[in-house]
Design a protein. Sequence first.
Length: 262
Amino acid sequence: MTNPLISGTDKNDLAFRTMTNALKPNSALVLFSGGQDSATCLAWALERFDHVETIGFSYGQRHIIELDCRGKLLDGIRAISGEWKKRLGENHTLDIPTLGTISETALTRDVAIEMGEGGLPNTFVPGRNLVFLTFAAALAYRRGIAHVVGGMCETDYSGYPDCRDDTIKALNAALNLGMDRTFELHTPLMWLDKASTWALAGKLGGEALIDLIREQSHTCYLGERGARHDWGYGCGKCPACDLRAKGWREYRPTSIRADSAP
C-alpha cells in the first residue's frame, strides 16, 4: 500500500517504498521548495552529483503556491542542460500539516508580518528546518542517498536560528548518530548574500538559469504571483521579497544581460 503522505514521480515506485541497503555515494537529495535559493542549490547539486532527487514539504504555508512552481522549474532545468536532465531524478512531496498546526506564525496564519519577541520576525516557524532535514535524511536513507542539500543561509537572512551553520553541523552529527549512516549536509549558500546567490546561478546555468529563476521561482511569503518585478513575481513588500529585490539590484550591475547594455 502506498503512503498518501508521500508522493514521488511514481507513487507506486517500489524503490521508494522499500528500504534499501545499497548506498549510492555520489547521489544527492535537494530540499526544493520552488524558490530562488532552492533552485540555485539544485543546479549546484546537478553539477556535482551523478544522481539528484528533490523533496518539497507541504506544511500549511500561506505561500503553498511555491510547490506548484516546481514543475516548471524542473522542466526548465532539464532544458538548460542535457547532462542535468540525465542526472535529475524523482521529485518527492511530503505532507506534514502538523508543523503548521502547532505554528502560530505569519507563514502559517493570515496575520500581518511583524517583528516578534526576541528580535525574530513572526515568520519564524520553530523547528522547520530541523524537521525538513530530518525527514529528508529519512527519505535519503530509504533511497540510498548520501548527500542532502539545503538552501539555509546565515548571511542574508531574517535571523532564524535553524538557518545557522552551527545548527546544521549539529543536526548533521545527530542524524548520522541516530540513523547510523554517514550523511553529509551541504549548504552552498550559507555564506552568500542574495547578490552572490544570483551570481552563483549565473555561473552554474548562465542567463538561461537566471531567467528561469526570475520567471518561474517563488519567494513571496504572501504567495502573490500577480505583480512582475525585475527580479520576478511577488508582493514586493514582505521580507522575502525585500531580500530578493535587494540582491537583484546589487547583482544586476555586474550582469551580462543584453538589455542592460548601453
